[in-house]
Design a binder for this molecule. Sequence first.
Ligand SMILES: Nc1ncnc2c1ncn2[C@@H]1O[C@H](COP(=O)(O)OP(=O)(O)O)[C@@H](O)[C@H]1O
Ligand SMILES: [Mg+2]
Length: 319
Amino acid sequence: MSEALIETIHLKKHFNTSAGVVHAVDDVNFRINAGETLGVVGESGCGKSTLGRTMIRLYEPTSGKVLLHGQDITALSKKEFRSVQNRMQMIFQDPYSSINPHFTIGETILDPLRVSGDSGDKTSRLEKVAETMELCGLPDRYFNTYPHELDGGRRQRVGLARALVLNPEFLICDEPVSALDVSIQAQILNLLMDLQDSRKIAYMFITHDLCVVKHISHAIMVMYMGQVVEYAPKQELFQHHVHPYTIGLLNAIPTTDLSRRGRERHLLTGEVSNPINPAPGCRFANRCPYASEKCREPQELTEIAPNHFVACHECARHA
Ligand SMILES: Nc1ncnc2c1ncn2[C@@H]1O[C@H](COP(=O)(O)OP(=O)(O)O)[C@@H](O)[C@H]1O
Ligand SMILES: [Mg+2]
C-alpha cells in the first residue's frame, strides 16, 4: 500500500463537561493520499468539525495519532509542530469568523506569511499574495478592499487564498460552501478541484450534504455520534451503501431518478443526541428501523467489499 499523506490511528477527542464526557470523536481511523479528497459526512453534531480541528491540533487529541507522511504530529512539542503546521490548513463555513475585518484583502492573505516567519522579503511576499489571489480568482483590484465589501463567494475565495498562500499539502474544508447559493457553491467546488489538479493538495471535505461531496470526493466516510459507520470509495458508497444511517442520508437527497422513486424509502427521524457517556452498542440504534437486541453490543467496522467498511452487524451479515 502506498504511503498515505495523512492518516489517523484510533483518534479520539473527548470533552469533559458538567453533564459528562462528550465522546465527540471516538476511535476514528482513515487515510488520505496526496491529491485525493475524503468527504466526511454526517448530520450536525456528528463530530466532523471536532475531527478536523483535532487533526491540526486546534484541539489536543484525547488519544490516538495523526500521521503526516508517517510522522506522528500529535507527539511533537508545540515548537516542533510549528514547522509542520503550515503544511496543514483549514477553511471554514464562515470565512468572516477567521479573518480580521480591519484588514484589507491583501493584508489578510499576507498575514499568514508574516506570522509563519516566511523567509522572503516584502516584494517576494507580495508576489506570493498576488499569485495566490489570481489562483483563487480574485482580481488585483480587491487587494485594498475590506472583507465586508465582498459577497459570500468572494469572501470564501479570500479564506481559501489565505490558507493556500502557505502552500499546504493538506486542506481541511469545513462546510466551506454550506452558506453559499447553489450557483456559487459550484464555482467554489470547481475551484477546489482545479487547485487539487494543479497543486496535488489532499482535502478532507466536511459536509452535512452528500450531494456536495458526490463530485469532488475519492472516498467518503460517514460519521455518526463521533464514530465511523460507513467508509468506502465514492462510487462504491453511492452504489452499494448499506448502513441504515447512510441510506437515510441519501434518501434525504431529492431525486429525479425514476428508478429510485418507487423503492421503499426510509427517512431519518429524530435527531443526533450528544454522545455523553455513550453505551457500548450502536449509537444509531435508537433511530434505526432495523434495530435488534444485538445492536446493544459494540459494532466492529467490517470490510464487506474491497475498502468498503461498515459498522453494523446486520449489514455485514447480508453483504
Ligand atoms: N468545545 C466543546 N465542548 C464540549 N462539547 C463539544 C465541544 N465542541 C463540540 N462538542 C460536542 O461534540 C459533538 C460534535 O460536535 P461537532 O464536532 O461540532 O459536530 P459537527 O461538526 O459534525 O456538527 C457535539 O455533541 C457537540 O455538542
Ligand atoms: Mg461542524
